[in-house]
Design a protein around this ligand. Structure first.
Ligand code: NAD
Length: 418
């Protein structure tokens, strides 16, 4: 990161973005003051008995940012770098993401400072159950509904839902989303982020009069979100010309079958070396002569230097926070349409919302119903943001923040909080 760029502290970044949106909307400064901090922040520490008989004490957090629109919603991260400011910032982004999609939910986030790769399956289960016991008083289907995030998965959600159900003496599957299908998970959840991202790309292409048929696409981060986006874009006629993962990348200007990339990665652990492709680095991928780039890996990969080299017309942020603030400014100046993360990757939380609704009703939808409802909500959200972008002559990112902040501010006002 260069010295011209914003603070690496994600909480300060989130607070700055909120202040900008409040100013651009001409709202009272109290809105920014309220939205700059979580309403509730819980820090817990709890013991876990390890396989060797020793006791280790772990630190965990749950941040409940704003519930003016509905119960708090947001994932639980297990990672050695988890810290209070990161969890608070992520909970702010969840409030904004839910609001931009028009979901009746607020924002929350949780985390445990641990390295799950060093834990045995039994230790991981113990830790997951102990964390949920520690935060059980502040979560619940009507209060706060967690979900998976980095290094947590459907099995961990199942243990957590089970532990919460035991505490309450009845099945409470609606307390958590991202569960396995067998205990109240939703059809379509695993593909939701990539699918939602593709709906926003399709809408953006229509606005730019860019045909998706034969459009050249590069995918940075060929994991869950990236591979699903590649598969669906290919089905719509686009050409996937490059894909990278943490071990390297594959490139063919004539197009690569995403099925071949998925299969090769399954066999070897990487897309690098897929037959019929040449090797490519992330830096080379971003500079390719292509129409659409989907960053679907980690934060801060599009720096100011990379932004100067980008030739694509659309960047769809499947990943959270892939573009640094300075790069964002450069891309806007250069006329690249950036579909911001809080819109482009909101398909995941939208289907999590569907899962929660299905749990509360005890009535389950087919995958087709889930996908149709997802499409309707993603298209509506894209159009709301695009309208703000056109009306106010701001970036798509600022437009998304403005749509979200104005919805939360209205709810707070109506409820008499301001
Ligand atoms: P994943 O672990 O399935 O995939 C991540 C991919 O990124 C992997 O293929 C990995 O090899 C690759 N990667 C890691 N480092 C890289 C590097 N330096 N260069 C290129 N590739 C690299 O994760 P995912 O669930 O697909 O999530 C990807 C991004 O999308 C994250 O930012 C995540 O926060 C965001 N996201 C995911 C969801 C979801 O529902 N899965 C929802 C919202 C946002």
């Amino acid at each position: 990161m260069t010295s011209t760029e914003a603070s690496p502290n994600p909480l300060l970044n989130a607070q700055q973005e909120i202040h900008k949106a409040v100013q651009a909307l001409n709202l009272e400064p109290a809105v920014a003051a309220v939205l700059s901090e979580p309403q509730i922040f819980l820090e817990v520490s709890f013991p876990v008995k390890m396989d060797d008989g020793s006791i280790r004490v772990f630190k965990g957090y749950r941040s409940q940012h704003n519930n003016s629109l509905g119960p708090y919603k947001g994932g639980i991260r297990f990672h050695p770098e988890v810290n209070a400011d990161e969890v608070k910032a992520l909970s702010i982004w969840m409030s904004l993401k839910c609001a931009v999609l028009g979901l009746p939910l607020g924002g929350g986030k949780g985390g445990v400072k641990c390295n799950p790769k060093e834990l045995s399956p039994r230790e991981l289960e113990e830790l997951s159950r102990a964390y949920i016991r520690s935060i059980s008083q502040i979560i619940g289907p009507e209060k706060d509904v967690p979900a998976p995030d980095v290094y947590t998965n459907p099995q961990i959600m199942a243990w957590m839902a089970d532990e919460f159900s035991k505490i309450n003496n009845y099945n409470t599957f609606g307390v958590i989303t991202g569960k396995p299908l067998e205990i109240g998970g939703s059809a379509g959840r695993s593909e939701a982020t990539g699918r939602g991202c593709v709906f926003t790309i399709r809408e953006a292409c229509a606005k730019l009069n860019l045909s998706l048929k034969n459009a050249k696409v590069a995918i940075q981060g060929f994991g869950n979100a990236g591979s699903v986006a590649a598969k669906l874009l290919h089905q719509l006629g686009a050409k996937i010309i490059a894909a990278t993962d943490s071990s390297g990348g594959a490139y063919n200007p004539e197009g690569i079958d995403p099925g071949a990339l998925i299969e090769f990665k399954k066999q070897t652990g990487s897309v690098k070396g897929t037959p019929g492709t040449t090797n490519i680095t992330n830096e080379e991928l971003f500079a390719l002569d292509c129409d659409i780039i989907v960053p679907a890996a980690l934060e801060n990969v599009i720096t100011d230097a990379i932004a100067e080299k980008i030739k694509a017309k659309i960047i769809a942020e499947a990943a959270n926070g892939p573009t640094t603030p300075e790069a964002d400014r450069i891309l806007q100046e250069r006329g690249v349409l950036v579909i911001p993360d809080i819109l482009a990757n909101a398909g995941g939380v939208t289907v999590s919302y569907f899962e929660w609704v299905q749990n509360l009703y005890g009535y389950y939808w087919t995958e087709e119903e889930v996908n149709n409802r997802l499409e309707e909500m993603m298209v509506r959200a894209f159009n709301n943001v695009y309208q703000m972008y056109s009306d106010k002559n701001v970036s798509m990112r600022q437009a998304a923040y403005m749509v979200a902040v104005s919805r939360i501010a209205k709810a707070m006002k109506i409820r008499g909080w301001l």
